[in-house]
Structures are given as structure tokens and as C-alpha cells.
Design a protein around this ligand. Sequence first.
Ligand SMILES: [Zn+2]
Length: 182
Amino acid sequence: MSPSWNESHGHLPVTIDPIQLAERGARLTGTLPLKSMARLAQHCLDGSGDVFVDLAFERGVGETVFLMHGTLRVRLITGCQRCLEGMEVNLEAAPSLVLLRSGAAQELSGDAADTLVADKPVSLISLVEDELLLVLPMVSMHELSQCPAKEYVTEKAGTDIRAVKGEKKNPFAVLSGLKKAR
Ligand SMILES: [Zn+2]
């Protein structure tokens, strides 16, 4: 199935009524600017770029259960927490939500899918951002062998061996400077 990329690319609605979309079996495909997602963008060194969105809405079991599933993708530049240099992180979320109206008895039992009570329109940006935050790694670091700060790390994780190695600049000093600035 090929998405209707050309029809909706760049024209995703600001708010959506997920159940209404599911009733007509809609599919949303397009991009949202990363900088519109403040909670996600704060993890990025560079907030430019777009989030790719491909979400399908459909009827589930019975009259009151609807489904939303799809793929969200974004390429972030985040700071390696060891060396503070930028590093690329490709985030991909595959949300699968059961959409219910409030008060509707949940007809699915034992299903692992998350539930979203959607009585009224919701912000598409918040919905997408929430799903991406769920897959954001808690700690982003280069592979040690690739990390510019590797020479400061001994076998004991995080030990600063600057005193042994000599005069080189300590990247952790930059980190404490950043913390104070916030
Ligand atoms: Zn690094």
C-alpha cells in the first residue's frame, strides 16, 4: 500500500479527531517541524529538521473501539553525554493505540496496546511528540571507541584521568558550565 504522501505532505492538520479519522479509515502522511515539539527539541543540539509521520486510523472490534497505528521517524542531533560533541540519533516509533470514547467499555482484553481516550480533537503535534519521547534513549553516547572523550575514561566508568594524561582540556568542565547556565 503506498501512502498518499503527495496529497498530505506538509499539510498535516494541527489538531485531529482520532475517532472521526478512524470512522472513515483515514491515513495521515507528512512531516511536522521538529522545532514545533519543544519537549523533544530540548534534547537536540540542533532543532531543525522534520518528523516524518505516517499514521493510519481504522475501526477495531465492535462499535466503540478504534485503532491508530503507524510509524514516526526523526533524525536528531543530540549531545553525547560523555564528550558533549554532537551525535546523530535516529528515532523511530511505531505507535499502536486503541482509541476509545470515554465511558466506552473496553472490548479488548489482554491486549498490550496503549489506550487513548479521544472524545475531542487532540493536538497531532503532542500526540506525535509523546510517542517519540517514549523511544528517546535516556542516555545518548557515542560508542566508546568512537568518542572523542575516550581518553579521559578508564576502565572505571567516568573516571577522569586528566591528571595522569596531562594538560588537555576536560570536556566535563564544559558540562558543569552548561548546567550553571540553565
Ligand atoms: Zn562522545
